[in-house]
Design a binder for this molecule. Structure first.
Ligand SMILES: C[S@@+](CC[C@H](N)C(=O)[O-])C[C@H]1O[C@@H](n2cnc3c(N)ncnc32)[C@H](O)[C@@H]1O
Length: 204
């Protein structure tokens, strides 16, 4: 994590460069995924852009997503990881959605960057090797605290833990928000690019 002003400037510029680098094919695919998302599971476009910027600006390389659905957020994260030279493991419980997720990652040309794992993340995360420097949590909201406890020991110092829907589904995850906002080794802030809200926690 770059913490000085110069580093931050470079990081923000890097984010803007990545933003401009999105191809029309990716735009079309992302639009199509949202169009088919009848359950409205995918993050908003604004939140997707925010995730991409966070990965690019932090230079993250070992990313984990819990709750991949059909791949909308995974594509935004993957586009930034392609720039940082990193990789994402995204885990999806529902078999039909996990298949769509894998298909969409392939269509986005991100198979080298994004690994799709089908199954329950509580069981799959322990099987993933190594530590993480970027975690995006977007599974069922009442599980957030348990997922945080599972992943926190494997989050690198300087790593980011981002959780979705912390504004519009706040009441379902009060215990999680209490933990991350009072944690002595985390700096946590809430951002809300589109009203759903994300907690962004930096491990110090
Ligand atoms: C809100 S959606 C994720 C949307 C996705 N992040 C996006 O923006 O495209 C939540 C997903 O988490 C999955 N999920 C819930 N609990 C899970 C678990 N324990 N392990 C893996 N996936 C889980 C659900 O099946 C659902 O597809």
């Amino acid at each position: 994590m770059k913490r000085n002003v110069f580093g931050l400037l470079v990081a923000v510029v890097a984010g803007v460069v990545v933003l401009d680098a999105q191809s029309s094919e990716h735009r079309k695919l992302l639009h199509e995924i949202r169009g088919r998302d009848k359950g409205q599971l995918a993050v908003s476009e604004e939140d997707g852009r925010f995730l991409r910027l966070m990965v690019a600006s932090s230079g993250s390389k070992r990313a984990l997503e819990i709750g991949g659905a059909s791949g909308y957020s995974a594509i935004w994260i993957g586009l930034a990881l392609r720039e940082t030279g990193g990789r994402l493991v995204t885990i999806e419980y529902d078999p039909a959605r996990a298949k769509e997720l894998a298909d969409n990652i392939r269509r986005a040309g991100l198979s080298d960057t994004v690994q799709v794992v089908a199954g329950d993340a509580f069981q799959q995360i322990p099987k993933v090797q190594g530590t993480f420097d970027f975690v995006f949590l977007d599974a069922w909201k009442r599980d957030y605290k348990r997922f945080f406890e599972l992943v926190y020991p494997r989050l690198d110092t300087g790593g980011l833990f981002i959780a979705h829907n912390v504004v519009n589904k706040r009441t379902e995850m009060g215990d999680f928000l209490d933990v991350v906002q009072k944690h002595p080794s985390l700096w946590t802030t809430i951002v809300s690019p589109s009203g759903e809200g994300m907690s962004v926690s930096l491990k110090r």
